[in-house]
Design a protein around this ligand. Structure first.
Ligand code: PEP
Ligand code: MG
Length: 293
């Protein structure tokens, strides 16, 4: 079986009726580059940058980050790499960021909310990404968007950082700026968000926990925490329709992307990309090619 799957490594999968679907990798750092390439990942659909911050004893500098992003982009070129800006909250410790104790960390000061309050943390990451963007096909996405004002605030920071780099004479490139859709607020407002975001990536792990009001870490409510619940699938359908109307690409990067029972549904809804752990990629590629008319 392993040998049969390996045959899909270089395949760019299409359904039998000719719909191409990108199968990309979720990575957490450079150690995942090898396994992702080995599995034939068509780029990276989610680079969770929080590990760069959690594993260090101090905040990673702009230069440290630029070096990592550069190497990841080079490794996957000509495929795109979608880097997610820092998504961290009170449930995970980071040296250099003091998180107040919160009653509800999943509803608290995390992701883009924290980044917008801490330009000293956020701007070095954006500057590092702009500098690395010369090395390949970079896309950047913002986690935990709940309001269009957050997207506009990040767009303004990106413009400021690009202007600073230009004034300093530092080489830099551009990237498409997209958003994760993982809050019910963003799902409901997908039409408006699609006018201003370059792409959507649906985070089904958080979207499911917030729609179902079922903590993704609590086994007692695991039976409710299902991405295949009609309430979640209906939200995904709405998000995809909004993306299609606006003409922007839409991906899934939550764990549901690797659920083969949902692949056909996702393709029928118009998903352009499924991003998953490297271990799931070959099986997903094979499955896509077997989806019939
Ligand atoms: C998600 O929420 O589905 C997601 C991909 O992000 P994370 O699991 O890192 O929250
Ligand atoms: Mg998430």
């Amino acid at each position: 079986e392993k040998a049969a799957l390996a045959a899909y490594r270089l395949v760019a999968p299409k359904t039998k009726d000719g719909r191409p679907v990108l199968v990309a990798a979720n990575i957490g750092g450079e150690r995942d580059i090898g396994p992702a390439l080995q599995a034939g990942a068509q780029g990276v659909g989610l680079f969770r940058t929080e590990f760069l911050f959690m594993e260090a004893r101090h905040l990673p500098s702009e230069d440290d980050q630029e070096a990592v992003y550069r190497r990841v982009l080079q490794a996957f070129a000509p495929h795109h790499v979608v880097v997610r800006t820092l998504d961290i909250g009170g449930d995970k410790p980071v040296a250099g960021i003091e998180f107040p104790k919160e009653e509800n960390p999943f509803l608290g000061w995390r992701g883009v909310r924290m980044c917008l309050d801490r330009p000293d943390v956020f701007k070095p990451q954006i500057r590092a990404l702009l500098r690395a963007a010369t090395q390949g096909s970079l896309k950047v996405m913002i986690p935990m968007i709940a309001d269009i004002g957050e997207l506009r605030a990040v767009q303004a920071i990106v413009r400021d950082c690009a202007a600073e780099l230009a004034a300093e004479g530092k080489p830099h490139g551009k990237f498409d700026l997209g958003i994760m859709i993982e809050t019910p607020a963003a799902a409901w407002m997908a039409d408006e968000l699609a006018q201003e975001a370059a792409f959507f990536s649906i985070g089904t792990n958080d979207l499911t926990q917030y729609i179902m009001a079922a903590d993704r870490t609590n086994p007692k409510v695991a039976s409710l925490n299902r991405a295949d619940h009609p309430a979640v699938l209906r939200a995904i359908a709405h998000i995809c329709a909004a993306a299609k109307t606006a003409g922007i690409p839409v991906a899934i990067c939550g764990e549901a992307a690797a659920n083969l029972d949902l692949t056909k549904t996702f393709i029928d809804l118009g998903l352009d990309e499924l991003s998953m752990s490297p271990a799931a990629i070959l099986r997903a590629k094979k499955h896509i090619t077997e989806i019939g008319l």
